[in-house]
Design a protein around this ligand. Structure first.
Ligand code: HAM
Length: 428
């Protein structure tokens, strides 16, 4: 039998207590912002039928072709750990009749799985927070999604917020026509393209626009752009979006090379990008996908748009700010000396916890000095001291740990009020 330690799967990280405070702050902020825009939470399974992703994200995409965690269930059905959640939102909406004559705004948060090569900002289990809006055709919905995502940066106190890039992919006819023009152009340079791009000419030529290879980049400079061949309705939609963004004061650049790595998009696509994280610069990305509901079996077309935010990346950006990283602290640390004090201390602790305070104490036997040291280390605002004297007079001593140890003794009955008062003062 093996006896060595078992490590986590590569690319699947533990989030340790020293880091969870910033995750919790980021999550709380995201929830607050989703609520402010009237999006409602939808919770979806981590496993779906493989077909769902193949039919929505697209067979020729990197995600479906190479990155999915797919396996046969015990009954032989092919299942996949979700690589994203847009397809699941659509599936759930169709399955539960949520799109019948009604518009919907959903948000979700949770782990996604892609078998990519792990590096900074790119993991095999990573976390997304996403929003999806169903039922609205106009650019106002796209603008609403972008406005909402722009609040994430101020909400999580980023010193250098990501910048916004937008583009339009037009309708499916525009894209098909563009695909032909692009392939024609690139075939003239086929031998000079990087190997990945060469393969993509036949499978997924639009993705070549995303190539980081310098030579391919050079060739692309002369390539036709999708934007120039845009159909009139898509052009009007795009102009509408730009007007909304201008009115909202949200700065953007039009990136005609932005195509996204999933097949379901039409018209608007956007990405928030940062230079602070090395190679993995996309922090939040999305767009419109008006055809997906029908493509996944919906009875009629339901226009839709959404985005997903890479939470690992946002957390890394937010962690650059000390205040976001500071650990969560106890309000009160109880120091008890002697057997009688211990049971009295417990009952005080429970009373305070019942009132919503965060109370920490030492379990087991411990001398006064030792407990004081731990109280100090815990970062608690108040130390509650319970010794012989306090027991006798049914009182309790409160020590302001953060204010050079000022202390005051109060009757046990006044404890909650006094703690409330001291913590209130500290928070002001
Ligand atoms: P996506 O561009 O594949 O879009 O992913 C969105 C974001 O998730 C990325 O911008 C990035 O921040 C984060 N992300 C993706 N892969 C990884 C990874 N391996 N490690 C860490 N972070 C990662 C979607 O998933 C679409 N469902 C977005 C959408 C929603 N479009 C419409 N609605």
């Amino acid at each position: 039998m093996e006896t060595g330690a078992v490590n986590a799967v590569r690319g699947m990280n533990d989030i340790l207590p020293r880091d969870s405070a910033v995750w919790q702050r980021v999550e709380a902020e995201l929830r607050r912002i989703f609520r402010a825009y009237s999006y409602r939470e939808i919770r979806l399974p981590l496993l779906e039928k493989t077909e769902l992703f193949a039919r929505s994200i697209g067979e020729a995409t990197d995600i479906v072709a190479k990155e999915m965690y797919t396996f046969d269930d015990r009954n032989g059905e092919s299942l996949t750990l979700r690589p994203e959640a847009t397809a699941s939102c659509v599936r759930a909406g169709i399955e539960h009749g949520l799109f019948h004559n009604q518009c919907q705004r959903f948000w979700y948060m949770g782990p996604m799985f892609r078998h990519e090569r792990p590096q900074r900002g790119r993991y095999r289990q990573f976390y997304q927070a996403g929003a999806e809006a169903f039922g609205w055709t106009g650019p106002d919905t796209d603008a609403e999604l972008i406005a909402m995502s722009s609040r994430f940066w101020s909400g999580t106190k980023l010193q250098i917020p990501p910048r916004l890039e937008i583009n339009s992919l037009g309708d499916s006819d525009t894209r098909a026509a563009y695909r032909r023009r692009l392939v024609e152009y690139l075939q003239g340079y086929e031998r000079d393209l990087d190997p990945d791009s060469r393969n993509r000419i036949r499978t997924n030529p639009l993705r070549i626009l995303d190539s980081k290879d310098p030579n391919t980049q050079r060739i692309l400079q002369g390539a036709p752009t999708l934007f120039d061949g845009l159909d009139a309705d898509s052009r009007a939609h795009f102009d509408g979006l730009c007007r909304y963004l201008d009115e909202l004061g949200i700065r953007y650049t039009v990136n005609q090379r932005l195509v996204r790595g999933l097949d379901y998009y039409n018209r608007t696509v956007f990405e928030w990008v940062t230079d602070e994280l090395g190679a993995q610069g996309a922090v939040c990305a999305g767009g419109r996908y008006d055809g997906l509901v029908q493509q996944l079996g919906g009875k009629r077309a339901v226009p839709a748009a959404g985005f997903a935010l890479g939470m690992d990346r946002l957390v890394e950006l937010a962690s650059m700010n000390e205040a976001m990283r500071s650990p969560t602290r106890a309000d009160v640390y109880i120091i008890m000396v002697g057997e009688g004090a211990r049971s009295r201390g417990w009952s005080h602790a429970e009373k305070l916890r019942g009132r919503g305070f965060n109370v920490e104490m030492y379990c087991g036997e411990g001398g006064m000095k030792n407990q004081m040291k731990r109280a100090d280390k815990s970062g608690a605002l108040i130390g509650l001291l319970l010794g012989e004297d306090e027991l006798e007079s049914d009182s309790i001593t409160l020590k302001m740990m953060q204010r050079r140890g000022e202390q005051v003794t109060v009757a046990a009955g006044d404890l909650v009020t006094k703690v409330q008062e001291l913590i209130g003062e500290h928070r002001v």
